[in-house]
Ligand binder design. Structure first.
Ligand code: PLP
Ligand code: COI
Length: 353
């Protein structure tokens, strides 16, 4: 795939303070068009600007949209690196396959991401815990209202210099366990990273925020019995010394941070169990004081301790609302690798510069 690069004539000034998350955008974006007959064409990096789309475009009516989230990190030596980008490429194609959107050959998508990050590398921030958040997304652009298979699509990558995802930073977050709405069901789109999953989650998220919680922990869509994941992260916990995480059943996102943490823990000799975890087991452990630690993990959230869980009108405090030993160890090990502070024995990092 050839990528034509057109640089902006009016580069923006780079904000270095109070980045927040996903609020500022770099100077350029990557775009590529798709047509069923032509395949992918017109791959380009152009100045960041608003889109012009036909109001009948599929994405606006039937939610044909998927996305990814990944980061570029500033190393101590001033260089820039990414973390397992090929995993995001593969998940993007899995999501595309589920939503009936076109797949892009892995090497082309990886090239698009790496070329774009190379182009925007000056935007990778230098502050503690900051990174350049990269957002590839893909959506249907057929200009008619019939519900048909997708003929035309657009693939875009934008990037946002960002700080911590949660206002709490590394401090414990409060999570509400949702017992009414469900996010996904097996056979549905839960394992895909599609906008619709997040739309389905919005109402419960609003309820949680009103009650003073940061996000929602979902229960399975069939029995509302097993815990699944949080709005923007997978979850793990330590009960009575055992590290457990919900198994991938098809209705939760197979997180790259989740996978990396499981591999990291195993390499350090810890035992990690992936299995179904019922809400009854969680409440029982909380009531008996056996819930030693509970944390979430994701690209945006990194490793985030959970200090409070709320379920059916009751609040349960975990580890005195303090970050636990395993959570802290995982945060340190993972961020040291991502920011290049330790040697990468796993071969997970990809140097851009
Ligand atoms: N679950 C959901 C719903 C998410 O949005 C995310 C974030 O991407 C994750 C889990 C964690 O996935 P990853 O570690 O690949 O970022
Ligand atoms: C990510 O961690 O990349 C996510 O997608 C979370 C997001 C919905 C902000």
């Amino acid at each position: 795939m050839e990528i034509k690069i057109t640089k902006t004539k009016v580069p923006k000034e780079k904000q270095t303070k109070n980045l927040g998350f996903g609020k500022l955008f770099t100077d350029h974006m990557f775009m590529a068009d798709y047509n069923r007959q032509k395949g992918w064409y017109n791959a380009r990096i152009v100045p960041f600007e608003n889109l012009t789309l036909n109001p009948a475009s599929t994405v606006f009516h039937y939610g044909a949209e998927i996305f990814e989230g990944m980061k570029a990190y500033r190393r101590a030596d001033g260089g820039v690196q990414m973390f397992r980008p090929i995993e995001n490429v593969r998940r993007m194609n899995n999501s595309a396959e589920r939503l009936g959107l076109p797949l892009m050959p892995e090497e082309d998508m990886l090239k698009a991401i790496l070329t774009f990050v190379e182009c925007e590398k000056e935007w990778v921030p230098y502050g503690e815990g900051e990174s350049l958040y990269i957002r590839p997304f893909l959506f249907g652009t057929d200009e008619h209202l019939g519900v048909h298979s997708i003929e035309n699509a657009l693939f875009i990558i934008i990037a946002s210099p960002s700080g911590s995802y949660y206002a709490e930073g590394i401090n414990p977050v409060k999570i509400m366990i949702e017992d009414q709405d469900v996010r996904a069901v097996r056979g549905g789109t839960g394992y895909a990273k599609c906008g619709g999953n997040y739309a389905a989650a919005t109402r419960a998220g609003e309820k949680a925020e009103k009650l003073g919680f940061t996000q929602v922990l979902w229960l399975d869509g069939v029995e509302r019995k097993y815990i699944e994941e949080v709005g923007a992260m997978n979850v793990m916990m330590k009960i009575n010394g055992e590290i457990i995480t919900p198994m991938l059943t098809g209705s939760i996102l197979p997180g790259i941070t989740r996978k990396s943490i499981i591999e990291l823990l195993k390499s350090k000799g810890y035992r990690v169990t992936e299995r179904k975890i019922s809400i009854d087991e969680i409440i029982d452990a909380l009531e008996k004081g056996q819930m030693e630690e509970f944390w979430g993990c994701g690209t945006a959230a990194v490793v985030s301790p959970v200090g409070e869980l709320y379920y059916e009108g009751k609040t349960y405090v975990i580890n005195d609302n303090k970050i636990g030993e395993t959570t802290q160890m995982l945060y340190d090990t993972l961020t040291d690798l991502q920011w290049g502070r330790t040697a990468d024995e796993f071969g997970w990092t990809v140097k851009i510069d």
